[in-house]
Ligand binder design. Structure first.
Ligand code: WT7
Length: 637
C-alpha cells in the first residue's frame, strides 16, 4: 500500500453509466431474483418516497429458503451456530426450511396476520433468523430489538409499533453470565401494554415468571405447528421489517424497509462487495439486532445460498483467540467485523493469532465507524496475511445495504487504508457544502446521495413527515446522511463521522438526546448534556455534564446512580465513561445547549465563536471542572 494509485478507468466509466440510467441498471439486477409476478414499473419516484419494482410480487422467506430446495443446496449447511462455551448447531437448507415453516405456522396459530408487527427480543440463537424468515413468510413485519437494550428502550420501540406479539428467550448468555431477558420483558410490559402474547424460548432450566394466558413456551406451541405454510406472495413495497435507530431527538426512528427493493439491493451488492458464492462460509460478527445483522447474517447470504456462521459471543471470551479459532475451525472465507473489535484484538497482540490457520480467508470487511489506517494495516497483515482485500463498507440502517465500498467481486481497484473508496454502481454519492454544492477534492463536507436506490428506507414507521424532514429537507433533492466526508483527487471517499447529534460508541449508534433523557429521568437531575469523546478503542465514549437539583450533593454516589439510570433505561452499551457536575451549561440566548463548546473543552481545542453564548461564565466553569478532572486522573496513574 502507499504511493499514488489511480482506479481502473473502465470501472469508473461503468459506474458513471450505471448511475446515469438507474432504472435499467436496477431492473437488470432485479431480474436475478425469482418473482411470483413481474413488476409493472421499475421505479415510481415521488420524492422522498420511492416505490421500487411496483406491482411485482415476491416473498423473502421463499427466496432465502424454499428456492434452495430445488438444487444441491438442499443438503448443504445454511447455518452454523456456535456459542461461547463451544456448543454448536448446524442446519441444512432443508432443515432451515422445516424450522421456518413450523415457526410460521406457530405464528399463524397465535393469530398473526399479514401486516402485523412481531417484536423479536432475542439473543443470537438460530431461532432469531428463523423467526425473521417465518414472519416474512406470512407477510408479518418483524421488528428486532437488540437484546442488549433494557426495558425502557424496548418499551419505546414496542409502543411505536403497537405490536401485540413478542418473542424472547428465558436468558441471553454473555461472558459466562446469564442475561435475564424474560425478566426484562416482564418489566417492559408494564410500560408497553399493547403486547398480548409472549413466546418464550427455553435455553436453561432456571426459574422464570410465567403469566398464564399471556406467556407461552415455544417448545409447547411448536408441537401443534404444521410442516408447511404457503409463502404469501407480497407486493414489492410490502414492508419486510421495521428497525429502530437513534437520531437527534430522544425518540428512536422506525426505519421501514421494503421487500423487493431491499432484497434486490442486498443480493446485488453482496456479490459485488464480498464476491459471495456457493462455497462461501460467511461470518459477520455483528448482532442480528442491528441492520448489519439483518442484511449480512440473514438476508444477503441466504439469498445467495451461502453458508452463514452465527456466533453468540464476544471477541475476547473465554480468551482473545476465540475468533481466530472459529475462523480456523469452520474455514471461514468472508469475515466482516467492526473497527472497535479489531482495535481491541490488536491491543491483545499478534501472539493470539499465531497458532491459528487463517488461510481460508478471502475477503475481510469493516463496518460501522471509520477505521484508522494503522488498524486497517494490522488487519490486512495479521488477519488477512496480506492476501485478502479489505472492504471498508460505508452504509446505514436507512440505506438497507452497502453504499460506498470496494467491490472486489466485480473489479479490485487499488485500496487506500482508511478510505471507503468509491460508491457502488447505481449509487450517486457526493460531498457537498452548506448550500448543497459539490465541494472540491480534499475539502470536507456533508455526504449526500442524489438519486434513489432500491435498498433505501421506504420511510419512518407512521411518520412520513419526520422522514421528509430528517433526510430530505436539509439539501434540496438529496438524501442527507448525517455524515462528514471528503473526496480525494482520485474520487475516493473518506468518512469522518457524524455531523449531527448522533454518536458511535463501539460502532453502536446512540442519540445524545436519548441518553440525556435517561439521565434526567434520575429524580435529582435538573439538566444534562451528553457528548461523544474520541477513544482509542471504542471510537467514541460517552461524557455527561449534569446540573443537579437544589439540595443534592455532587459526588461518587450520585455519579453511580446516574450511570445506573442510563444502563437501566437504554442498556449497558450506553454506559457513560465520565459524569461531570456543573452549576450551569453553556447555552445560546434561545436556550439551546451548545454541545460544540463542551466538546471543544474536553478535547482541549479552541472554543471558537461564542457570540451566541448567553453566559460566558458557564464555559469557564466547565473548563475548570474539566481541568480538575484531568488533574485527578493524572494523579491516579
Ligand atoms: C453510521 C450508520 C450499516 C452499518 C452499521 C451501522 C457510520 C458506517 C462506516 C464506515 C465510517 C461508517 C456512519 C453512518 N459508518 N459504516 N465504513 N466508515 N463510518 O449502521 O448504526 O445505522 O450507523 O455509521 O456514521 O452514518 P448505523
Amino acid at each position: 500500500m502507499g504511493g499514488k494509485f489511480y482506479p481502473v478507468k473502465g470501472y469508473i466509466d461503468f459506474l458513471k453509466a450505471a448511475s446515469s440510467d438507474i432504472e435499467s441498471f436496477w431492473a437488470r439486477e432485479a431480474s436475478k431474483l425469482e418473482w411470483f409476478k413481474h413488476w409493472d414499473r421499475v421505479l415510481e419516484w415521488e420524492e422522498p418516497f420511492a416505490k421500487w419494482f411496483a406491482g411485482g410480487m415476491l416473498n423473502a422467506s421463499y427466496l432465502c429458503v424454499d428456492k434452495h430446495l430445488y438444487s444441491w443446496h438442499k443438503n448443504k449447511v445454511a447455518l452454523y451456530w456456535e456459542d461461547e462455551e463451544g456448543h454448536t448447531k448446524a442446519l441444512s437448507y432443508f432443515q432451515l426450511y422445516r424450522e421456518v415453516n413450523r415457526f410460521a405456522s406457530m405464528l399463524r396459530n397465535l393469530g398473526v396476520n399479514k401486516g402485523d408487527r412481531v417484536v423479536l427480543y432475542m439473543p443470537m440463537i438460530p431461532e432469531l433468523p428463523i423467526a425473521m424468515l417465518a414472519s416474512a413468510r406470512i407477510g408479518a413485519i418483524h421488528t428486532v430489538v437488540f437484546s442488549g437494550f433494557s426495558s425502557q428502550a424496548l418499551a419505546d420501540r414496542i409502543n411505536d409499533t403497537s405490536a401485540e406479539i413478542l418473542i424472547t428467550a428465558d436468558f441471553g448468555k454473555r461472558r459466562g453470565r446469564l442475561i435475564p431477558l424474560k425478566e426484562i420483558v416482564d418489566e417492559t410490559l408494564k410500560l408497553a401494554p399493547t403486547i398480548k402474547k409472549v413466546v418464550v424460548i427455553r435455553r436453561t432450566k432456571e426459574a422464570i415468571n410465567i403469566e398464564d394466558g399471556r406467556d407461552f413456551m415455544y417448545h409447547e406451541l411448536i408441537k401443534d405447528a404444521e410442516n408447511y405454510v404457503e409463502p404469501e406472495p407480497l407486493e414489492s413495497c410490502h414492508p419486510l421489517y421495521i428497525l429502530y435507530t437513534s437520531g437527534t431527538t430522544g425518540k428512536p426512528k422506525g426505519v421501514m424497509h421494503s421487500t423487493g427493493g431491499y432484497l434486490v439491493y442486498n443480493y446485488a451488492t453482496y456479490k459485488w462487495v464480498f464476491d459471495i458464492s456457493d462455497e462461501s462460509i460467511h461470518w459477520c460478527t455483528a448482532d442480528v439486532g442491528w441492520v448489519t445483522g439483518h442484511s449480512s447474517i440473514v438476508y444477503a447470504p441466504l439469498l445467495h445460498g451461502a453458508t452463514v456462521l452465527m456466533f453468540e459471543g464476544t471477541p475476547d471470551y473465554p480468551d482473545p483467540g476465540v475468533w481466530w479459532r472459529i475462523i480456523e475451525k469452520y474455514g471461514v472465507t468472508i469475515f466482516y467485523t467492526s473497527p472497535t473489535a479489531i482495535r481491541m484484538l490488536m491491543r491483545y497482540g499478534e501472539e493470539w493469532l499465531k497458532n491459528y490457520d487463517l488461510s481460508s480467508l478471502k475477503i475481510l470487511g469493516s463496518v460501522g465507524e471509520p477505521i484508522n489506517p494503522e488498524v486497517w494495516r494490522w488487519y490486512y497483515k495479521n488477519v488477512g496475511g496480506e492476501r485478502c482485500p479489505i472492504v471498508d463498507t460505508w452504509w446505514q440502517t436507512e440505506t438497507g445495504g452497502i453504499m460506498i465500498s470496494p467491490a472486489p467481486g466485480m473489479e479490485l481497484i487499488p485500496l487506500k487504508p482508511g478510505s471507503v473508496t468509491l460508491p457502488l454502481p447505481g449509487i450517486d454519492a457526493e460531498v457537498v457544502d452548506e448550500e448543497g454544492k459539490p465541494v472540491s477534492a480534499g475539502i470536507k463536507g456533508y455526504l449526500v446521495i442524489r438519486k434513489p436506490w432500491p435498498g433505501m428506507l421506504m420511510g419512518l414507521y407512521r411518520d412520513p413527515e419526520r422522514y421528509r424532514e430528517v433526510y430530505w429537507s436539509r439539501f434540496k433533492g438529496m438524501y442527507y446522511t448525517g455524515d462528514y466526508a471528503m473526496k480525494d483527487e482520485e474520487g475516493y471517499f473518506w468518512i469522518f463521522g457524524r455531523a449531527d447529534e448522533v454518536i458511535k460508541v463501539a460502532g453502536h449508534r446512540l442519540g445524545t438526546a436519548e441518553i440525556e433523557s435517561a439521565v434526567v429521568s434520575a429524580p435529582f437531575v435538573a439538566e444534562a448534556a451528553v457528548i461523544g469523546k474520541p477513544d482509542p478503542i471504542k471510537g467514541e465514549v460517552i461524557v455527561v455534564f449534569v446540573i443537579l437539583k437544589e439540595g443534592h450533593k455532587p459526588g461518587d454516589e450520585l455519579r453511580g446512580e446516574i450511570i445506573r439510570h442510563v444502563r437501566e433505561h437504554i442498556g449497558p452499551i450506553a454506559t457513560p465513561d465520565e459524569v461531570h457536575f456543573v452549576a450551569k451549561l453553556p447555552k445560546t440566548r434561545s436556550g439551546k445547549i451548545m454541545r460544540r463548546l463542551l466538546k471543544a473543552v474536553i478535547m482541549d481545542k479552541p472554543i471558537g465563536d461564542i457570540t451566541t453564548l448567553e453566559d460566558e461564565a458557564s464555559i469557564e466553569e466547565v473548563k475548570s471542572v474539566y481541568e480538575e478532572f484531568k488533574h485527578i486522573m493524572k494523579s491516579r496513574l
